[in-house]
Ligand binder design. Sequence first.
Ligand code: ATP
Ligand code: MG
Length: 578
Amino acid sequence: MTNATAATTTPASNFIRNAVDEDNRTGKWDGRVETRFPPEPNGYLHYGHAKSICLNFGLAESYGGVCHLRFDDTNPEKESQEYVDSIIAAVRWLGFDWKQHLYFASDYFDIMYACAESLVKAGKAYVDSQSADEMRARRGTLTEAGIDSPYRTRSAEENLDLLRRMRAGEFPDGAHVLRAKIGMDSPNINMRDPAIYRIRRATHHRTGDKWCIYPMYTFAHPIEDAIENVTHSICTLEFEDQRPFYEWLLETLADAGHFPRPLPRQIEFARLNLTYVVLSKRKLIQLVEGGHVGGWNDPRMPTLSGARRRGFTPEGFRLFAERIGVAKADSWIDMSVLEECMREHLNDAAPRRIAVLDPLKLIITNYAEGTSELCQAPNHPLAPEWGLRDMPFGRELWIEREDFMETPVKGFRRLYPGNTVRLRYGFVVKCTGCEKDAAGNLTAVLAEYFPDSKSGTPGADHYKVKGNLHWVSATHAYTAEVRLYERLFAVPHPDARREDDAEGVEHDFIADLNPASIRVVEARLEPALRAAHPEDRFQFERHGYFIADRFDSAEGAPVFNRTVTLKASWTKNEGGKA
Ligand code: ATP
Ligand code: MG
């Protein structure tokens, strides 16, 4: 068995590993490496999250540290337990272990609130009573400073009183916000007195109605990291401009004795951008709610639950993460890179089976009616230890419709009257003609077999043929639903703006869906496939890698999803040895 991909080799160095190495060299954390993967439970995880998970858990793993799974559940209106459960299942499926480090930001609401009071008391936060519009109008621009709020000079006592009354529910939503007091003239807009608490009457999926004020993400996140003693807080590039606030907040709170030093350090990396999909929970929700897919775990969805159903593998994702690496600048990765990683793993891991997806009857006219015999095929061409399986052969077989041409085109090497081919793992047959119905439609191909040509028997090699076809015995075949998936979108950049998009309107990515992203066929499969269990994976020779659907398969009646096609086309292999 080739094992080039299954075992992770030493990870390549990158700027994040260099930063960790440097901290270990200086002894900053006494060699401790503690990272976290901090999803917001407002949707299912997507392929992009896999990059972040592999990075955070992988880093911890390779430095003997730990990675926390922390739910950043500070925005109750969009979050739910269903999403929490799906995220836990996805991280586990990828094969990572957070040990006892499962955390929820909502468990820290008391501490966060205490931090807010402490900022107020120190004169580093104030209650602003401007409307959202007024605040926006005074925010300034990239080139102009902002303007101080008229409420900025409230005394610490007044601010503390107002904050406590905000918490007690005395004011309607939006009446006040708590803002950090840093400076409206900062060149970094994120430092112009960012909001840190808002009033929002929303029932939280964990804390219920305990709170009517909720911390803003930019305030909550650094505190979560500090509470958990995270060493390296790795996030995507869009948070780079937030880093000064991250540092200001934790330094200020450390000065006030809330957290010990050294403080967690934020490091940004470029998010995964992948062609032919959208990687944004907001857009994925639209696909689900608009009924454009069969749900979050539709095999075409770029979610991890969709990937699992599609037959993608955790090993394939890890290989992908390693191969694309981490960088400091945004770039695009082609979907074919991910597909190739899946193929590489599946090529090693998937036993071979035979499936006829577009069946046409082949009748061996000189084979005795009512009889059959067994042929043998290897479970994996490169793994003899995986053994052989039996494939019954008989008078009536199924072959692919495209493997026969009554009048062959130039270069066609498969079945046509007068031509001889090998039925892979079976016999050599010579095509003698075909049958048609009254309307002239092809109903069966006729052939005669050579009894001394059985694969694996002495003398079988004397037959020199160019074509080599797969087949399934018609009397023994297992007829099953097989879903053939194509890419979900028809264009490489479904969320990019186009020239003809109206000004100020977001591009309608729904219009870019691929209408041919799923095709369902009634296939004829070799009998051994009847016993496949949900999530068993196979290579159907010539057709690609398939998985027994984990939800729609019944005991003894699996249905299959195509994960990905084979890279090499059949035509190139056609002349291969039986
Ligand atoms: P989305 O835009 O899909 O809502 P998000 O960043 O808001 O994604 P979170 O739940 O906040 O989703 O993300 C959890 C972690 O995953 C964050 O650290 C985030 O930076 C990371 N992440 C999200 N999308 C990607 C991506 N495309 N590539 C790499 N990491 C990502
Ligand atoms: Mg988000």
